[in-house]
Design a protein around this ligand. Structure first.
Ligand code: SF4
Length: 131
């Protein structure tokens, strides 16, 4: 297997993601009261409620993981400070770096659109409760 991602590249991308794509929160947490300032900012960027913003995590982003190569790369890059509060590693296919389940960035995209027989797309909520 060819390793695509070095520790240096990973760290450099994390810094760029923090500066340009609002990767965060720095000290991620599953407590719905934590990191209010960060989640309010993301809610404003996405034009959704804070409650909705807090649902949008790398863990459920469509760009998140996982080919066999991604999994091997996650093991190849040593653990660092950013792993401490991330809730576990996943791999960002969009920006090619190791992201974390409890973080997000402003490029988050849903995995929950379904194509119906008539070719309309429906969200998970619409599928369950109707349009
Ligand atoms: S694009 Fe998705 S998986 Fe990648 S950092 Fe952003 S939210 Fe996480």
């Amino acid at each position: 297997m060819k390793i695509k991602l070095t520790e240096k590249e990973n760290n450099s991308t994390i810094e760029k993601m923090k500066s340009h794509w609002n990767l965060g929160p720095e000290k991620a947490s599953s407590d719905p009261k934590d990191n209010g300032e960060y989640w309010k900012k993301m809610a404003s960027i996405w034009n959704v409620s804070e409650k909705e913003a807090r649902r949008r995590l790398c863990s459920n982003c469509k760009h998140s993981c996982c080919t066999e190569i991604d999994l091997e790369q996650m093991e190849f890059v040593p653990y660092n400070e950013y792993d401490k509060y991330g809730g576990g590693r996943t791999y960002c296919e969009e920006f090619n770096f190791i992201c974390h389940n409890l973080r997000t960035c402003q490029d988050w995209e849903s995995t929950c659109d379904y194509v119906t027989e008539s070719d309309d797309t429906m969200t998970m909520k619409e599928m369950l409760y109707g349009k």
